[in-house]
Design a protein around this ligand. Structure first.
Ligand code: LHQ
Length: 263
């Protein structure tokens, strides 16, 4: 492989993943999908990695599918895009949701199509002020995928979800933040430091409890209040037995900083 299409930078408690096809705004090829997904599977099993930071190299975050590789005009028969979703995009979104540790996304530039929805699937999204989010699917006759039709109406309501999905108009990072799609907007030159500091602080947090928190918020989207109260009881029971709860309370009472082990 001539190019390292996914840069993996391992730190003491966290890992930074950088999509690295800057000349194509980090658009997805099957090879990039495979590398990213396999890495996320590995990080899921790696207890020493307690947070993941995802970002892009160059001036874009991710422009979604590499359309050069999915061009109906150059294919023998019409492409089966459902197969692409089954094989690549859906496992990726599911793995990010299922990782029992925080996934932070630093959106360093344009995030379009599945690239936008990849960012929105992460737990905490910080964007550079110059970044844009584009549901560009409608521009090429497609339907928002990678969870877009699930997340957008939930956060924005139908009016804005349909507006974004049907017009394909970009929104600024600030607009995305004002609408509650992302956590924070920072100046471009601050993005790397701010997102890394946040990742570092989460990576030394109570990872087990954070994983359960992520699960609870995820389940809330389909649960009734009664179901959610039961789930909270079960998860709190589990969290209450963790080493980190013991440490958190001890540190509070001893007026010192907790030293969590993530378990
Ligand atoms: C690209 C791409 C790209 C290839 C920029 N592909 N080269 C799932 C199932 C399977 C198949 C179908 O798709 C999906 C999900 C999807 O993600 S569908 C949506 C696919 N993505 C798009 O439609 C976005 C296409 N890109 C754009 O609209 C623009 O590039 C944006 C608005 C992202 C950025 O515009 P600019 O800042 O003006 O940059 P640019 O257009 O000049 O792009 C820079 C280069 O990157 C350029 O290459 P070149 O060789 O001409 O310099 C582009 O061709 C290339 N590039 N996106 N998706």
């Amino acid at each position: 492989m001539s190019q390292n299409i996914l840069q993996i930078s391992r730190h003491e408690h966290y890992t930074i993943l950088t999509l690295n096809r800057p000349e194509k705004l980090n658009a997805f090829t099957p090879a990039l999908h495979k590398r990213l997904l396999n890495t996320l599977y590995e990080l899921g099993d790696d207890r020493s990695c307690r947070a993941v930071l995802l970002t892009g190299a160059g001036r874009g975050f991710c422009a979604g599918q590499d359309l050069g590789q999915r061009n109906p005009a150059t294919m023998k028969s019409a492409p089966d895009l459902g197969e692409s979703l089954d094989k690549h995009y859906n496992p990726l979104i599911r793995q990010i949701k299922d990782l029992p540790k925080p996934v932070i996304c630093a959106v360093n530039g344009v995030a379009a199509g599945a690239g936008a929805n990849l960012a929105l699937a992460c737990d905490i999204v910080i964007a550079a002020r110059s970044a844009r989010f584009i549901q560009s699917f409608s521009r090429i006759g497609l339907v928002p995928d990678s969870g877009g039709t699930w997340v957008l109406p939930r956060i924005l309501g139908e009016a804005r979800a349909k507006g974004l999905a049907m017009t394909g108009q970009p929104i600024s990072a600030q607009q995305a933040c004002d609408w509650g799609l992302i956590w924070q907007v920072v100046e471009d030159e601050e993005l790397a430091d701010v997102s890394r500091q946040l990742t570092e602080s989460l990576a030394v947090g109570p990872t087990y409890g954070l994983g359960l928190t992520k699960l609870a918020i995820h389940e809330a989207s389909t649960n009734t209040l009664d179901q959610q109260l039961d789930l909270e009881r079960d998860l709190q029971r589990a969290a209450g037995r963790s080493l980190d709860y013991r440490e958190g309370v001890a540190a509070f009472l001893e007026k010192r900083k907790p030293e969590y082990v993530g378990e």
